[in-house]
Structures are given as C-alpha cells and as structure tokens.
Design a protein around this ligand. Sequence first.
Ligand code: ZN
Length: 243
Amino acid sequence: MRVLVLSDIHANLDALEAVLADGGLYEAVWCLGDLVGYGPDPNGCADRMRELPDLVCLAGNHDKAALGQIDLEAFNPEARHALEWTRDSLSEENAAWLRSLPERLVEGDFTLVHGSPRRPLWEYLLDSERARNAFAFYETPFCLVGHSHVALAFRLDGRSGRCSLHLPPQSPLIQLGPERIILNPGSAGQPRDQDPRASYALLDTDRLTWEWRRVSYDVRAVQIRMREQGMPARLILRLAEGW
Ligand code: ZN
C-alpha cells in the first residue's frame, strides 16, 4: 500500500492542497497530528481531511489545546494567541471530529504518535540520545512521529544498541528494516528546517520504502490571510523562512 504521511499541517490549506496534489497516487493518508493552530484555515483543513477516503489521523498538542483539553498556558504567547483564535473559529462539527481523534495508533508494522511513543503529545525527538530511549516505548518495527517540524529518522542498531540520526539530504529515499526506525515526515504547514516548502513522505508498506518529499506552495497567500486574522507577525514571517 502506498501511503502519504504528513504531519503538522497547522491550518495551512495551501500547503495541504500542494502536498495532496504532489503525492501522486496513494491509497491512504496518515496524518500525525497538529491539524490546526498557527495558520488561518482550521475549518478548511479539517473539511479537506475529513473528505479523504482512507484517512488515519491523530490528535496533536495544538489540536487538544484548541479544543480546551490542554491548558493554553503551556504555549508561548504567539501560539496561544493563534490557539484562542482557532478555538473561537472552529465549527462545532470540526471540533467534534478533532475531539474523536486518538493520540496513538498501530497500523501493521507502524506505531503512529504525534510527539514520541513515550510522551505522545509533548516529547520532541531531535537528538539520538532522546530517540534511543524512545525505542523502548513501542512494540512495532517502525514508529512515525511529527511534532518537531523537522524531517529526519533515527535508526537503532539492534546489536550495538547505538542510535543514529539520518537527515533527508543524505538520501531522501530509505529502505526500511531490518533495524527499528523512527521516522518524521517533517511539517506540511510550518517547516522548521530552513526550507519553507511543505514537507511530507511517501511510504510503501509492501516494498518498505520511505521517501521524503518537498513541495512549494503560495506562502504569500497564506501570510495575507494570517494578517487579515490578526495573527502575530513572527508567525507570519517564519512561514516564508522555514524556522
Ligand atoms: Zn506542530
């Protein structure tokens, strides 16, 4: 099965549309959470995702916060501002749908979480040491995470117990197995790896291949809508620079 894997859309409809179009033919879409927060299109993104035929979607920390299930004090002032606006903007139908999303799922050989298998909503996996500890908290060969907005992978060497970091520029296509691997598709709607293009991945669950992809979209159009909604300047600026 060919699966389009994406995460951290953050209410950026132009980025979401670009990813869905760029992915070509795929049989399923797996979304690792943070559909809303930061961006100007929470309902547009939720509507678009809900109409996908074979969607698996997790809740992230921003989704939970927009629903009032996490205290907004846990976020910085700019994120909080965007979350308050999101909370007031979400339709009842979309809020109910977001509320129904799980924090953790297993799909065949893949465990799906937003942050990490140890702390699904909050932990950032950005370094090998932290990632090495995370392998003990899930059972399947592979784990898919988002949350950090950085496309990367961690491989665990079963014999030495060593964990190594793999970044897409080394090779955007990797063969999965036999080692256990934690994979992050990067962020569709707010990348933080100095590349403003939307980030996602294509997973082939039969051939066990994972390919990171980037696609350009109209960042300025999104920035204009953010400005119209009175979003903080820093959130608007960072979209164009990828941080
Ligand atoms: Zn996020």
